[in-house]
Design a protein around this ligand. Structure first.
Ligand code: SF4
Length: 353
């Protein structure tokens, strides 16, 4: 079993032959624990409104250049039918923390979607009140994604400020989702300014104690119209982010994300782990595929209608900006077959061992 020191050593490893061993080990554990199926979860970005001021996110409330939209009921249900047509087992409705999404309105959509297409439903709509989360669960939602981004409390407060007068504890919120009965997913960002190797190892160790159904890992991609992106790209802005000594800052690159995926697979063998769009954005040629070869078993093709896609710019130049859902579905099937893998059938929920 990997302990924290071993995780830190692997994270710092730069020898490519050693990393090849790590990725092969994780791929073996993936094969033994969750098999060769790759589950497709259709991602639908339902709203770009958000009340939060996350320092890294392009649709945060203070970004005046962000274009805002909220899909209507008919558009959402049409996308769910499209997902069903492509053979996806799950639809993920993701959005900003948008209180224009009324709890009853979303509950009605969840009920209609369940009745209409019967897909598993994942929600990723930020922090909502317990009664709203319960209502959506009772309406038929199966899973909820809420990333904790970093386990370092000071860094978290800096990049994800609480609402005025508010206090937040994401870990406690994830536990609440599990108590309500959701399959809870979470995840982290890799390469946050001020994130050290030790801190990233703590994130990975935390995954193994949270009993998560899905764990997402995305490299940090700076967005120029955000406080953190402006500071990273141009050294400007009102907020100063921590600077670590040489060699201690985690880089926001694809290789580090692959290491985190591999280590997460080794510590959480039966969790679902996506090869994320952020990785595919940094490495368009083979990023998604490589993620699948070092422990990942989920891909989330984008179902968002073209007219809204570029408005949901949480970071720039997303890999899925131009790829239509239909082309993506065809390409994925071919690429999985070349890897000796196949598209999973059904909801693709977590199978505990
Ligand atoms: S990360 Fe989520 S909660 Fe934070 S600003 Fe972006 S959409 Fe809103």
């Amino acid at each position: 079993m990997l302990d924290r020191d071993a995780v830190i050593a692997w994270l710092r490893e730069s020898d490519q032959s050693r990393l090849f061993e790590l990725f092969a080990w994780a791929d073996r554990v993936r094969h033994e624990s969750v098999g060769d199926a790759i589950h497709l979860r259709g991602l639908l970005e339902v709203s770009s409104f958000c009340v939060r001021q996350c320092a890294y996110c392009g649709i945060n409330a203070t970004n005046r250049t962000a274009r805002r939209f909220r899909m209507d009921r008919d558009e959402i249900l049409a996308a769910a039918r499209e997902a069903k047509g492509y053979g996806y087992g799950t639809i993920v409705m993701q959005g900003g923390e948008d209180y224009g999404i009324k709890a009853e309105w979303m509950a009605d959509i969840i009920r209609a979607m369940k009745q209409d297409v019967g897909l598993a439903i994942t929600l990723s709509l930020g922090e909502r009140r317990p009664d709203e989360l319960k209502l959506w669960k009772e309406a038929g939602a199966d899973r909820y994604l809420l990333r904790f981004e970093t386990s370092d409390p000071a860094l978290y407060r800096l990049i994800h400020p609480a609402l005025p007068g508010g206090f937040e504890d994401r870990i406690q919120q994830i536990r609440m989702l599990q108590e309500i009965g959701y399959e809870a997913g979470s995840g982290v960002m890799v390469g946050i300014p001020g994130q050290s190797w030790d801190s990233l190892a703590d994130d990975i160790m935390l995954f193994s104690t949270l009993d998560l159904d899905m764990i997402g890992v995305g490299p940090y991609i700076p967005h120029p119209d955000t406080p953190m992106g402006a500071w990273m790209l141009e050294g400007r802005g009102e907020v100063a982010f921590p600077k670590l000594p040489e060699g201690e800052q985690v880089p926001g690159n694809a290789e580090t994300a692959f290491k985190v995926i591999a280590l997460t697979r080794l510590l959480c063998p039966d969790s679902n782990i996506p090869s994320t769009t952020a990785i595919a954005t940094l490495n368009r040629e083979g990023g998604r595929r490589q993620g699948l070869m070092c422990g990942a078993n989920v891909v989330m093709p984008n179902l968002t209608p073209a007219k809204y896609r570029e408005c949901y710019e949480i970071y720039p130049n997303k890999a899925t900006l131009v790829e239509t859902a239909g082309v993506c579905a065809r390409n994925l099937k071919d690429s999985f077959e070349q890897m000796g893998r196949f598209i999973g059938s059904g909801a693709g929920g977590r199978v505990r061992h």
